[in-house]
Design a protein around this ligand. Structure first.
Ligand code: NAD
Ligand code: GLY
Length: 366
């Protein structure tokens, strides 16, 4: 009897007729049965990049071959700097060049960059074709592949051109994390950590107790981290798909983080690294606003540092931080809005006096 690996866990995203499952487990790339729920189609297009393709493209293509007549692929250049119109056009060129119809299913095989671009291409091609997320970084498995935010960058702002467009399915194969560079694993841990303070104090305790296991790529620990993160994200997105309110809490640490990324130039610090450091700053802001006890900052600083992430922001200067944070999508009429922790496991979004924010930046930058 064959012993095909089974998905360890399935988390449901409940969005009415746009609902979909997230399967989390080992060996998922080699399980054609997981594709049974997809609509009938002739063609699959794997969108991946030059780094991920040599590891996983053939495995996925073989599995898709059992379900689709034609399995095509397009390999994009790697990196945040290529999350742009040129890469998007490469996807459209492949689709149009191969005569792909509107039933063609796109498979995003890679990290958040590939996932965000593939989703946006799927939203646009022939006004919308189905797509599947196959996230291969921890960050993509716990965050970017779930919830339907898709985008490319504009030289004047990150993720500024995009659409909300949900996948039909997410396949989070934990085995793909085996080849992930250490630095990328740490970057993904930043997004895992954020779910604790914003939504689940017990999960924060669990992360503290299991951080070393996750860094050692213990599959059971990673499976739980991905599952709980996806459950929390599903709970948030299920209530506020288009970020008219609650969903903004998923951006804990991101306002400071985006300023770091943009200020240094995209790619200097990884997104997760900037978010990790940004969470320390946002924790400090929560304390200075009188919402959290002083020891919360040290708790978060230690955890972020143990995850292998930077905890001291670059010396961009207070004015530059402020200028960059005003471009954030949460800003309203020029006022910067921050995600703050109001109690362990509960977050809110609010403005803060410039002097207070300047103090936070001064306390946590080089
Ligand atoms: P990434 O996609 O750049 O991947 C990181 C690096 O790891 C790349 O070099 C990639 O080629 C490589 N890689 C991917 N999988 C690998 C594997 N299994 N083995 C070896 N190497 C592998 O970065 P990321 O951290 O996954 O994603 C960051 C992006 O996600 C940013 O653009 C960010 O804006 C976006 N994001 C989107 C959302 C959302 O909700 N849509 C949420 C968070 C972040
Ligand atoms: N990563 C933030 C969001 O999905 O809303």
């Amino acid at each position: 009897m064959s012993s095909a690996p089974r998905p360890l866990q399935t988390v449901a995203i409940d969005l009415g007729d746009r609902s979909y499952p997230i399967h989390i487990g080992s060996g998922l790339l080699a399980q054609p049965a997981l594709l049974d729920a997809l609509p009938a189609a002739q063609t699959a297009l794997i969108v991946t990049n030059t780094t991920v393709a040599p590891f996983y493209e053939a495995r996925l293509a073989e599995t898709l071959g059992a379900r689709f007549k034609r399995v095509l692929s397009v390999r994009l250049p790697d990196g945040e700097a290529h999350k742009d119109w040129a890469s998007l056009n490469q996807i459209f060129d492949a689709l149009l060049g191969q005569g792909c119809d509107r039933k063609t299913v796109l498979f995003a095989l890679g990290g958040g960059v590939v996932g965000d671009m593939t989703g946006f291409a799927a939203a646009c091609y022939m006004r919308g074709v189905p797509f599947v997320q196959v996230p291969t970084t921890l960050l993509a498995q716990v965050d970017s592949s779930v919830g339907g935010k898709t985008a490319i960058n504009h030289p004047l702002g990150k993720n500024m051109i995009g659409a909300f467009y949900q996948p039909l399915l997410v396949l989070a194969d934990l085995d793909t994390l085996d080849t992930l560079p250490e630095r990328e694993l740490s970057a993904g841990l930043a997004e895992v950590i954020k779910y604790g303070p914003i939504a689940d104090a017990g999960f924060l305790d669990w992360i503290e107790a299991n951080l070393d296991a996750m860094r050692a790529r213990d599959k059971a620990a990673l499976a739980h981290a991905v599952q709980r993160s996806c459950e929390i994200k599903a709970w948030v997105v299920g209530q506020d798909e288009r970020e008219s309110g609650l969903r903004a809490i998923l951006n804990f640490g991101h306002t400071f983080g985006h300023a770091i990324e943009a200020g240094l130039g995209y790619g200097e610090w990884l997104h997760g690294e900037a978010v990790g450091c940004g969470m320390v700053m946002a924790s400090e802001l929560s304390v200075r606003l009188g919402l959290m006890p002083a020891d919360f900052v040290e708790r978060m600083r230690r955890l972020v540092e143990r995850a292998g992430l930077p905890v001291v922001g670059p010396a961009l200067g207070v004015e530059r931080y402020m200028e960059l944070m005003r471009v954030d999508k949460k800003s309203e009429a020029g006022e910067i809005r921050f995600v703050v922790i109001e109690a362990l496991g509960r977050a809110g979004v609010r403005g803060a006096p410039d002097a207070l924010v300047a103090g936070v930046i001064g306390a946590h930058t080089a």
